[in-house]
Each structure stands twice: as structure tokens, then as C-alpha cells.
Design a protein around this ligand. Structure first.
Ligand SMILES: *Cc1c(COP(=O)(O)O)cnc(C)c1O
Length: 393
């Protein structure tokens, strides 16, 4: 292993050396700092153009975008919404915000995405078609929607999932928070679902220091979401509100940073791809370290590069490697507790999810900043190889 480093290598730090500071200064100088302003509109237009949809609605977070998506999709209290067990918690929380209940489905092991076979099995074995839509045979509840999360920026198998969702009459919401810039069979992620959500959180590929975006195939749904995001204000003079809305707008300050980031998204994505390829190459011959393959129909955004640490072959569980790397100044992170195990969603129904559990146990996300230097990547890979050698000795 190479010499000790004086600074830690973070999991994922933003790169803010473009027009971020200049655009922020423009906001301050012009006085446009709040939830209206030229950068909000510019960011909405730029994202809509990138995803290839007519309209995008900026929101205060990706989670807020998910909440609005469920509202305009007509998901109601007491409904069930299908969510992958292997995901960040936000989509499951959004389901609960509207009083609906998440039902968690298993992942497939190759790309760590929602398993179309698990979805097919659930629809076939546990659901029945009725006059008012799909019903869960066990709970009697209406199954209203599916949130497909593109985990770590790799697309789910959309052909299979769209066919199943359409066949069952489910609304499809893409959680593309990790997948801005990813493609499925050449078409942009976010252009497939009835609705799709993005995030500009601090550690996402394109950040605004916080924020999100909702896109809708139906312009009427986009209009409705925008209305709900601004407290459902119908008359701005008399303050007449025609629904219980939310304060979910993005500020012009945040949008300014987002615009500067989005201008160079090609560069940021190329950086992420370089990092993923670098790790795959550097770790290819380490026994028990398995990189997730990019499907031939996929172009991943490579938001974070995850590897599976297969304990029986590597000689140490993933959390042991996490501690080993931490002691060498390298920040790594597991995926998430599978959501069917989450205390926040205790009592949720659904089939067993053994693959999600194994992937959550085995996966470590490696430092994946856009600005990660080749020497830093080599240092991380070297530390993993060193652990492997010590364990083999
Ligand atoms: C980051 C993220 C979100 C939430 O985005 P915020 O902007 O942090 O609210 C939702 N879903 C997934 C899969 C995410 O990774």
C-alpha cells in the first residue's frame, strides 16, 4: 500500500468550480433570492430539455417531488404503493405522507435493481383485478402505483417493468434521484414513467445544495403539481387557496447553483464513468470483490460505485472492510437497511426480500466524487488489495 495520506477521501463531494459562485452573486445583486426568479425557470427548462419532456417543476427536494407525484397520480389514503426493498427511504416515506402504505419488493442480484420477476410474482400471486382497479388479495387494499427507483444511477429494466405496470393498470413513478443523465436503450431516464422525480441534494451528481424536480408525461399533472407546490394559491391578491397545498418551491439561490452544475453535466457524468471503470479495472482480480455490471441496455449515471464484498471469498464482511478503509482515511458506506426491515415502516406487508437483504449486507459504496484523482482511486484500490492480501496470508 502507498504512503499514509494526510486528508480523508470522502464518499462523494460536489465539484463547484464552474459558474456556481458567479450565478450566486447574480442572485444577490439582483435581489432574486427566493422562490421566483430567472434561475428557477432556467433550471426547469434545462432539465426538461435534458430528459426530453415538455415541462419540469422545480421543488425544494427530491422527497417533495415524490410527495407531489403521489398526490397528482391520485394515490389515496389506504392505497398500497409498490416500492423496492433496496432503496433509500425517501420513496417509502412519501407513500406514507399521503396516507398510503408501501409494499416492498425484492431486487435482482446483478444490477441491484427492482426485480421484474418479483413484481410479476406479486401481481400474479397476491393481486386480483376488480372493478375499481387492482387489489391486494390479502389486505383487500387497492394497489395504486409503483415507484421504480434507479438504484445508484443504474436503470431498472424498464421494458419488463412498464409492461407489467401497464398490464396491471398501475401508475409508474420513476425515482430518478440517483439517475439524472442515465439512459435506457438510448432514451433518457425520467422519460418513461407517468411521473419522474430527481434530486439536487448535496451528494447527488448534479447538486443545487438541496432541491428536486418533478416531470410529468401529462402537462395537466405538471400544472397541478406546480399549483400544489405553491400552497395551491388560486388568487395571489386575495390569497384564495383551493386545496391544502405545500411550500415546496425551490429558491433562486439553489437554482443558480443547479444551473451552473447542469451546464457541465456531460463532464460530471464522464467523471463518474471514469471512476466506475477505474474501480472495475483496479479490483477485477481481487477475490470476493464483485463490481456491479452495467447491463447492455443501460447507460448508468454511476452516481456511486458500489461493490459486493462476498465474505466467503474475500475473508471479511463488508463492514469489516469499511472499518479497515476508515482507518486508512477512506470513507465508504453500505447501501441502506432494506426497507421491509426499517423500524420506520414496521408492519408493512409484502413478500420476503432475500436478495435485497444479501445486497444490503454485502455492498459497500466506494469514494465516487467527480473530482476523485487517479492517485486517490489507486490508493483506495490499493487499500482493498492490501486487506485481501492480509486475509489470504
Ligand atoms: C436522494 C434520494 C431521494 C431524495 O432526494 P432529496 O432531495 O434528498 O429529498 C429520493 N430517492 C432516492 C433514491 C435518493 O437517492
Amino acid at each position: 500500500m502507498s504512503a499514509e495520506r494526510s486528508t480523508r477521501i470522502p464518499l462523494c463531494a460536489p465539484r463547484l468550480d464552474g459558474n456556481e459562485a458567479r450565478y450566486l452573486a447574480e442572485c444577490v445583486e439582483s435581489g432574486w433570492v427566493s422562490s421566483a426568479g430567472p434561475f428557477v425557470e432556467r433550471l426547469e427548462a434545462a432539465l426538461a430539455g435534458l430528459v426530453g419532456v415538455p415541462e419540469a417543476v422545480a421543488t425544494s427536494s427530491g422527497t417533495a417531488a415524490l410527495h407531489l407525484a403521489l398526490c397528482v397520480a391520485g394515490v389515496e389514503a389506504g392505497d398500497e404503493v409498490l416500492v423496492p426493498a433496496l432503496s433509500f427511504v425517501a420513496p417509502a416515506n412519501a407513500v406514507r405522507y399521503v396516507g398510503a402504505l408501501p409494499v416492498f419488493l425484492d431486487a435482482e442480484p446483478t444490477h441491484a435493481q427492482l426485480d421484474p420477476a418479483a413484481l410479476a410474482r406479486f401481481l400474479e400471486e397476491r393481486c386480483v383485478r376488480s372493478r375499481c382497479g387492482l387489489r391486494n388479495r390479502e389486505t383487500g387494499r387497492r394497489v395504486a402505483a409503483l415507484i421504480a427507483v434507479h438504484v445508484l444511477g443504474h436503470p431498472v429494466d424498464l421494458d419488463a417493468i412498464l409492461e407489467l405496470a401497464r398490464g396491471a393498470g398501475l401508475v409508474l413513478i420513476e425515482d430518478a434521484a440517483e439517475a439524472l443523465g442515465a439512459h435506457y436503450r438510448g432514451a433518457p431516464i425520467g422519460s418513461f414513467g407517468d411521473l419522474a422525480c430527481f434530486s439536487f441534494n448535496g451528494n447527488k451528481t448534479v447538486t443545487a445544495g438541496g432541491g428536486g424536480m418533478l416531470v410529468a408525461a401529462d402537462p395537466e399533472q405538471a400544472r397541478r403539481a406546480r399549483h400544489l407546490s405553491t400552497q395551491a394559491k388560486r388568487d395571489p391578491v386575495e390569497f384564495v387557496h383551493d386545496a391544502v397545498g405545500f411550500n415546496y418551491r425551490l429558491s433562486n439561490l439553489q437554482a443558480a447553483v443547479g444551473c451552473a452544475q447542469l451546464e457541465r453535466i456531460d463532464e460530471l457524468l464522464a467523471d463518474k464513468r471514469r471512476v466506475a471503470r477505474g474501480y472495475a479495472r483496479a479490483l477485477a482480480d481481487v477475490p470476493g470483490i464483485v463490481a456491479f455490471r452495467e447491463a447492455d441496455w443501460a447507460r448508468s449515471s454511476h452516481w456511486l460505485t458500489g461493490v459486493r464484498v462476498v465474505e466467503e471469498r474475500f475473508g471479511m464482511p463488508s463492514r469489516g472492510l469499511l472499518a479497515w478503509l476508515d482507518a486508512r482515511g477512506i470513507e465508504t458506506r453500505p447501501l441502506w437497511q432494506p426497507l421491509h426491515r426499517s423500524p420506520a415502516h414496521a408492519g408493512s406487508s409484502g413478500p420476503p426480500c432475500p436478495v435485497a437483504e444479501r445486497l444490503a449486507r454485502e455492498t459497500l459504496c466506494l469514494p465516487s466524487s467527480c473530482g476523485l484523482a487517479a492517485s486517490e482511486l489507486e490508493y483506495v484500490a490499493g487499500a482493498i488489495r492490501a486487506a485481501s492480501r492480509v486475509l489470504a496470508a
